[in-house]
Design a protein around this ligand. Structure first.
Ligand SMILES: *Cc1c(COP(=O)(O)O)cnc(C)c1O
Length: 362
């Protein structure tokens, strides 16, 4: 059996939630657990995050899984519903819905059979240009919701930051300003709860912290800020991705390694073949030289990553051999470092682990 394993430190996730509470004191926390808890496993992360005030998910299926294991906090469908046929199950599961477009509002207006009112989060576009009503329509949308029996009177208004991890642009202050100005110029909305901050908002933009914060990445100890790991931001990485060395080889000068022979030995070398590849979710774009830790010692990959295997340099690691444990990313080797080598972000790495990887809690 392949031993390629993602060890999940659920205690780290709980501590990260406590750290979010400390940094967003007084705010309610909507723990974002979409994409199977950023690849860490929905049920296990939800258990570790049981102290959150609510959960943010991308699909009704995920919400159903959370209710099935007894979570009775608010669960917010971050993209809302797509079809009126989903409303009965949304009511059954007592879910909150993000409304971001008129077709959703129209469906709720047409839903006049006297069903339970649904709690809604009204999403406004302040610059992301993805989901959200135009911010100029804020007052009109709120009024329309208040006049719709299928929508609960307890509204939350939200927006999403598009560049909260960039500090040399004024995109974030501009988005916050557009949001606040729209609220100021409408009437009576001061009683409505607000939500802006994602992880980077919580860490870097104090004025984005409103009644609800919506952390995702930092709960798993991940960062999107260039050059900074989750640990640099003060959070504990929760995933340790490990595989074993299953073969070793000696190379002579001129020997090539792997598909395409992109790595060529310029000295005699000893290499290890590790049972991990892009079929497990290790990024194929990671070039020769991407760091790994072998029994805790620094080394790096050699040649192209293949589906099941990758090669590493053991020349300086005389004690390493078959069975040695290779850390591909984890607290001692930030996923952000590997992501940078591969031209992506750490979120994509943890979300990208495949089904054949074993998961184990620690
Ligand atoms: C994914 C998501 C978040 C969490 O973002 P992080 O950068 O992981 O903290 C917050 N809000 C919405 C609407 C999201 O889709």
């Amino acid at each position: 059996m392949r031993s390629t394993t993602a060890y999940i430190d659920t205690g780290a996730i709980t501590r990260n939630l406590i750290e979010v509470r400390r940094r967003a004191a007084g705010a309610k926390i909507l723990a974002v657990v979409k994409a199977d808890g950023y690849g860490h496993g929905l049920e296990r992360v939800a258990k570790a995050l049981a102290g959150a005030d609510g959960f943010g998910v991308a699909s009704i299926d995920d919400a159903e899984r959370l209710r099935a294991i007894g979570h009775n906090q608010r669960i917010v469908l971050l993209s809302g519903f797509h079809d009126a046929a989903e409303l009965p199950v949304i009511r059954d599961l007592d879910l909150d819905c993000v409304l971001h477009d008129h077709y959703q509002l129209d469906a709720l207006r047409a839903d006049n059979a006297g069903g339970k009112a649904i709690r809604c989060w009204l999403k406004f576009d302040t610059g992301m240009r993805r989901l959200g009503f135009p911010i100029a329509e804020l007052a009109a949308i709120i009024n329309a919701c208040k006049a719709t029996p299928a929508i609960a009177s307890e509204l939350t208004i939200m927006t999403h930051l598009s560049a909260s991890d960039e500090f040399d642009s004024d995109a974030t202050p501009q988005q916050i300003k557009r949001f606040d100005q729209a609220i100021d110029s409408s009437h009576g909305t001061h009683v409505i709860e607000q939500s802006i901050a994602n992880s980077a908002g919580i860490v870097h933009w104090p004025t984005s912290k409103r009644q609800w914060v919506r952390p995702g990445g930092v709960l798993y100890g991940l960062s999107t800020v260039a050059g900074q790991s989750g640990a640099d931001l003060g959070f504990a990485p929760a995933m340790r991705f490990v595989a074993n060395v299953i073969a070793t080889k000696l190379l002579q000068v001129g020997d090539r390694v792997g598909y395409g022979g992109s790595f060529v030995a310029n000295k005699t070398m000893r290499i290890g073949i590790v049972a991990a590849g892009y079929g497990d979710g290790y990024p194929r774009h990671a070039p020769s030289g991407t760091p790994v830790l072998v029994d805790g010692l620094c080394s790096n990959t050699l040649g192209r990553v293949s589906m099941d295997l990758l090669a590493i340099d053991l020349s300086e690691l005389a004690s390493a051999g078959i069975g040695s444990k290779v850390l591909l990313w984890g607290p001692e080797l930030p996923a952000e470092t590997i992501a940078e080598c591969a031209g992506t972000i750490s979120y994509e790495l943890t979300c990208g682990l495949t089904r054949r990887v074993r998961f184990s809690e620690m």
